[in-house]
Design a binder for this molecule. Structure first.
Ligand code: SF4
Ligand code: SF4
Length: 764
């Protein structure tokens, strides 16, 4: 199985700066795809008590695995980043391929493929790289991007970011010393941060003393196995909340909706007749009543210990493997059908549980439905399947662009305003929230003096009027906001809320009994989120109905697969569509430049201690633009193969470069390793099962094919001298020049730092 091998934070940062300066991109994401935020619109949202600049993020999966993946998510607009799930079993053997996004998504992935210690370092490194990016001024539009601190507070306006741990799967594993230690190290990462600071030397030294936050994450999204019992889920959550002191989001399975409802949606409504459900998943998974029971108890536990509880809809749906892409009996469904199933599950949940527990959402999210998911008050709205499609991380800015366009359409400046205005639910949401504020007043009425009651009543009436005034003034206005702040033209919700707060502090708080005052003070502090929550509840039915009826989620609209053109990939040359670059979640595929060449070559036979020239062939590289693969970042997930129009798979047929001689030697199939020492550059390569080595210094190349060592002139490929390797009989051996030419071409092209990659960036 291909193993991921992270590289150091210094190497990643060197590549980042070099690539941005020379090519205007970072980890292959072009700068026009970077999310810089909008000076007029506030898209921020609060998750587990902390504010993030956008409610958007990747779901726990391949995009939250390696440090560069997390940075790519951030650059493209994700601000609540669910990290890939970790668990005590950190030496898993995952079947390959493991991702099938021909259209709707299937996978057989599992948890993090790195060891616990390596995952910790990746996540801490990613958090530090984000701080470095903020401090560098890159997203503030600094054109001449050199390592330097331009913003010492790391206060880039749209940079507030939350990393959310994802942990699985059983109490035994989660409470084991290894996982406990891991979680504690994420909560207080100073030791790892200090270790990684030590790598920030030379040009990176300006960042060494940056004030990196010690807490990389203090919240966990909990993943449990299918079939995990309700009491086990509850015990894990209690343990996390009370003993580890983290906020918890419990991931629910779509099976919660029950087989009849899921089957009806999947087959009768959406038409995915080929997808077969597994009865045991419904039999063994958590039931709705159990879920409601444990969530209400856990919510009380969380409040009691000053932590927060949220619920995530949903995990993928386990189904029978009806295809031939994977070999096992089951696979996990995501994408379009899961979107409709999960939305219906949310509606059921909200009908039964109300809006007290915040919802994080993941299921078939894409740019087209993202704004609707925001309007449902989901925080975060996470995506995975869509980022595995053509364009990869570069699809994320489209999510935010569409949200911003919709905010402008309805004249909303903040996310809460958008929720209230999106489906016109604002007035009703305001009435409900003010009604909730009035409830204790009615209860306490008899115990209040006339003056106390009058002060409270006056304040509540004024607050209601101010909110309705804001709503009625803003509603129906022209669809575009002014370019500066919009504040003069629009009574911004925040101003109204601030006014309410002032009035409360001045006239109500001193006048009413502390219990009542505390109740209102708490509600005032959360008023914006209470309004958003009510609007989210009110928006639920229309948005779920709209999605359920939308043909774009149906099977008939989702049968097309990425096109194959019938040609086969080779070591060099392809149609250069570049689809394999962004669809790789690990940024493992890369472009290098070479000189097109077509030349005849001879082979040489060793006969009687001499070399006899014999017919060889023609070596041909047609294109300057070539594709290679950085094998230490490639886990053979298969996604680039699905999107490559040619057959064979870029991760198999294109030159695979390893990060060390050790990983190259361990691989055993086609692969290369390149090292530089002063003027001498050496490439190790295995071609058609045979290992070779070529060392080049100036115009002289030393070529070792395992039987002989030959010295050749690079400029005309002439053999200058040769000798058999010690202890090897060379008589009759043919020195084939094709591997020599292939190695020479790769050595020269891939080490050329005009196009930076993970291979050539290693050389300082
Ligand atoms: S290079 Fe291809 S197979 Fe390898 S990790 Fe990337 S997408 Fe998956
Ligand atoms: S390897 Fe395939 S996907 Fe990549 S550029 Fe070539 S043809 Fe396109």
């Amino acid at each position: 199985m291909a193993e991921l091998k992270p590289i150091g934070i210094d190497v990643l940062l060197r590549r980042m700066f070099h690539e941005y300066r020379n090519e205007g991109k970072i980890f292959d994401l072009p700068k026009d795809r970077f999310f810089r935020g909008n000076p007029v619109l506030d898209t921020s949202a609060v998750f587990q008590g902390r504010r993030a600049s956008t409610p958007l993020g990747p779901a726990a999966g391949p995009h939250g695995q390696m440090a560069q993946n997390i940075v790519l998510c951030w650059l493209a607009g994700a601000r609540i980043i669910e990290l890939k799930t970790i668990q005590i079993l950190d030496e898993l053997k995952i079947p390959r391929p493991c991702i099938d996004i021909h259209n709707v998504g299937y996978n057989v992935e599992w948890s993090q493929e790195l060891k616990l210690e390596a995952s910790l370092r990746e996540y801490v490194a990613a958090a530090m790289m984000i701080e470095i990016l903020k401090a560098s001024g890159l997203l503030d539009g600094i054109a001449d991007f050199q390592p330097a601190i331009r913003n010492p507070q790391s206060a880039f306006r749209n940079g507030e970011t939350i990393l959310d741990m994802s942990v699985g799967y059983s109490l035994e594993g989660i409470s084991s010393p290894g996982v406990r230690r891991w979680i504690e190290s994420m909560k207080d990462a100073r030791a790892v941060i200090d270790e990684l600071r030590g790598c920030l030397t030379g040009p990176l030294a300006p960042y060494r003393d940056l004030d990196f936050p010690a807490t990389v994450s203090d919240s966990i999204s909990l993943s449990t196995f299918h079939g995990c019992r309700a009491d086990e889920i509850e015990r894990i959550c209690r343990f996390l909340l009370t003993e580890l002191g983290v906020h918890v989001c419990v991931k629910m399975n779509p099976t919660l909706l029950g087989r009849p409802a899921v089957e009806h949606l999947l087959h009768d409504v959406l038409g995915y007749d080929e997808i077969r459900l597994r009865q045991e998943a419904f039999d063994n998974d958590l039931k709705f009543d159990e879920a409601l029971d444990i969530l209400s108890r856990l919510d009380a536990v969380a409040r009691g210990c000053g932590r927060r509880l949220a619920v995530k809809f949903s995990n993928t749906l386990v189904v029978e493997n009806h295809g031939s892409f994977f070999t096992g009996p089951v696979m996990y469904l995501s994408g379009q059908p899961l979107h409709v199933i999960t939305l219906n599950l949310v509606r059921e949940f909200r009908q039964r549980a109300g809006g007290a527990i915040p919802i994080s959402f993941s299921a078939g999210v894409d740019a087209r439905n993202f704004a609707d998911m925001v309007a449902l008050d989901f925080v975060p709205v996470t995506t995975c399947t869509d980022l595995l499609r053509a364009g990869g991380y570069g699809r994320l800015p489209g999510y935010m662009a569409r949200l911003e366009a919709r905010m402008r359409e309805v004249g909303a400046v903040t996310r809460a305003e958008f929720l209230l205005r999106h489906k016109g639910a604002g007035e009703q949401a305001i009435r409900r929230v003010v009604g909730e504020l009035r409830e204790p007043l009615a209860r306490e009425w008899g115990r209040l003096s006339a003056a106390q009651a009058a002060a409270a009543e006056q304040w509540l009436s004024a607050a209601h009027a101010a909110l309705l005034g804001w709503w009625n003034r803003g509603w129906g206005r022209s669809s575009s906001l002014p370019a500066d702040t919009g504040k003069d033209a629009y009574a911004i919700l925040n101003d109204v809320l601030a006014g309410m707060e002032r009035e409360f502090a001045l006239r109500v708080w001193p006048a009413v009994p502390p219990r009542l005052g505390s109740f209102w003070r708490d509600r005032i502090e959360r008023l914006e989120s209470l309004l958003a929550a009510q609007a989210g509840l009110l928006n639920t039915a229309p948005i779920v109905e709209q999605a359920t009826a939308d043909p774009r989620y149906r099977a008939a609209e989702n049968r097309a697969a990425p096109r194959k053109i019938g040609s086969r990939l080779r070591l060099f040359d392809c149609i250069n569509c570049d689809k394999c670059i962004p669809v790789c979640p690990n940024d493992a595929n890369f472009v290098y430049q070479t000189e097109p060449v077509e030349a005849a070559y001879s082979d040489y036979r060793v006969e009687g201690g001499r070399l006899l020239e014999m017919a060889g062939g023609r070596f041909k590289v047609e294109k300057a633009h070539q594709i290679a693969n950085y094998a230490d970042f490639c886990n053979d997930c298969g996604n680039c193969d699905v999107y490559c129009p040619e057959d064979g798979g870029p991760q198999v047929e294109k030159p695979r470069f390893f990060g060390s001689l050790g990983s190259y030697r361990a691989a055993g199939r086609q692969g290369f390793f390149l090292e530089c020492a002063g003027e001498r550059r050496t490439i190790y390569g295995t071609l058609e099962g045979r290992p070779y080595r070529l060392a080049v210094e100036g115009d002289v190349a030393r070529f070792d094919d395992g039987v002989v060592e030959a010295e050749l002139r690079c400029s005309d490929n002439q053999v200058l001298r040769w000798q058999a390797k010690p202890g090897v009989a060379a008589e009759g051996h043919v020195i084939r020049l094709l591997p020599f030419l292939q190695l020479k071409t790769l050595l020269e092209a891939v080490s050329d730092t005009r196009r930076i990659n993970y291979v050539n960036v290693k050389e300082p």
